[in-house]
Design a protein around this ligand. Structure first.
Ligand code: ATP
Length: 438
């Protein structure tokens, strides 16, 4: 088929901006054919673009050119059209567009691997294999718009609070979170790694920029195949000088609340598409200590030995007791990373915290160790190689201020905001133990 060229056509509006009030006006629309229905010679084309859909009605007596173009259309062809808006009671939105001219800009395969209207649901593996097409489903567009608005809200909030956005290396020479779960990279013949987090760099940056944040992908060679772990995930990290865990927890709950308010306000249509409700959480969030968590669990018949991490099954029980956001504080020092500051009054507990949503950990943070000797002790206790941390330790000779920070897992936050149960649903192109493509 000979394709049309876009020429000087410019979109006048998106599908959703076409309203009955525009009756009689001419519009230029671009998008994709979502569905075609023939009814006694009248042809209805549902045109989809990023913002939604609009009914395009081709009457029997349309001009020959329009009739032959509309005859040739199939699902997922990308098209442009100039047409007249018509108020009607015959379409769900009370409006349709009658085309004067149609351009076929690209074609598509006759057999598509999934039904993007979602009427015939496909398994997630099938959808992920055809992800570019799968992402055209209204549900997916809605989920990623919600993620976009949440991240925009978080960024704006942090800018207002005086945080500067920074960029740290993804190719690194030594582990930041301990030795496990690292991907290795051949770096000009030398062994390097993909960064698990910006931890060490963001800590060093508080010496100069004081309040920093970074949004970007990080990498964990996760062996476990769960619905909340990816090998590559997006982290929203902050680090703040002259602050402790208490202060950054207050900032965090405000950030989360602001993201929820924004999504609720700006994404009403997307939430309706997903049939999901976002409740704006009240601040302050509940604060539970690790000991309180263990005692709550014990009352529910779940024993977690003191000092150990809380297993997933126990978190599920906890999530039923606390079905919203809550912090867990005062973790055993040894259960947290080497850079988390032990409590001054009780060194076996630390100033690390997690922010949970129901049973899922969404954020982890804490006061960091700012004293070099203590950091060296903690590295030794964790059995880490001091030499590998040479440059990081050096920074502590140059005036490291007290500091604290946190990291939000963006996909996990998006799960909460969209009601999706599998992290792969809210990741454009998920990477896990068994998936490296597309
Ligand atoms: P978990 O115990 O759930 O594996 P973690 O304690 O290893 O998480 P942190 O290293 O504290 O996670 O990372 C901070 C945040 O980054 C987590 O709270 C989570 O939201 C997100 N995150 C960490 N690892 C992953 C992953 N593999 N996939 C998706 N998100 C992750």
């Amino acid at each position: 088929m000979k394709l049309d060229s876009i020429d000087d056509w410019v979109r006048t509006c998106y599908s959703v901006n076409v309203t009955p009030f525009m009756d009689g006006k001419e519009v230029t629309l671009f998008g994709w054919v979502r569905e075609i229905r023939d009814l006694g010679g009248i042809r209805f084309i549902i045109l989809q673009d990023r913002e939604g859909t609009i009914q395009v009605t081709v009457p029997r007596k349309a001009n020959r050119e329009v009739l032959s173009k509309s005859d040739a259309l199939q699902k997922r062809y990308s098209i442009g059209l100039k047409g007249i808006v018509k108020k009607t009671v015959m379409s769900p939105r009370g409006v349709e567009v009658v085309p004067k001219e149609i351009k076929i800009l690209s074609t598509a395969a006759t057999q598509l691997p999934i039904d993007i209207t979602g009427k015939t649901p496909a398994k997630i593996e099938v959808r992920l294999n055809a992800r570019a097409l799968d992402l055209c489903q209204e549900q997916n567009i809605a989920a990623f718009k919600i993620q976009h608005h949440a991240l925009e809200a978080i960024r704006n909030f942090l800018f207002k609070k005086g945080f500067l956005e920074v960029h740290t290396p993804r190719i690194i020479a030594s582990a930041t979170e301990g030795g496990a779960a690292l991907f290795t990279v051949d770096y000009f013949g030398e062994k390097a790694f993909l960064a698990q987090s910006p931890q060490l760099y963001k800590e060093q940056l508080v010496m100069s920029l004081e309040k920093v944040f970074e949004v970007g992908p990080f990498f964990r060679a996760e062996e476990s195949h769960t619905r909340r772990h990816l090998s590559e995930f997006v982290s929203v990290d902050i680090e703040q000088a002259f602050a402790d865990a208490k202060e950054v927890m207050i900032l965090l709950e405000q950030v989360i609340q602001h993201a929820c308010i924004t999504v609720k306000e700006k994404c009403a249509n997307e939430l309706a598409t997903l049939k999901h409700k976002v409740e704006v959480p009240e601040v302050p969030f509940k604060r539970l200590t690790y000991d309180e968590v263990l005692s709550d669990l014990k009352k529910e018949g779940v024993e977690v030995p003191w000092g150990e991490d809380v297993p997933t099954e126990a978190f599920r029980v906890l999530g039923k007791l606390y079905p919203n956001f809550y912090f867990i504080t005062d973790w055993p020092t040894n259960s947290k990373a080497f850079y988390i500051k032990p409590r001054e009054d009780k060194a076996e507990l630390c100033e690390g915290f997690d922010l949970m949503w129901r049973w899922i950990e969404i954020v982890s943070g804490g006061t960091r160790i700012a004293e070099k000797d203590l950091l060296v002790d903690r590295l030794r206790e964790k059995g880490l190689n001091l030499q590998a941390f040479k440059y990081h330790l050096q920074a502590f000779d140059y005036g490291m201020p007290p500091h604290a920070g946190w990291a939000i897992g963006l996909e996990r936050l998006t799960m909460m905001l969209t009601g999706k149960k599998n992290i792969r649903e809210v990741t454009f192109y998920p990477r896990d133990r068994v998936r490296l493509t597309p």
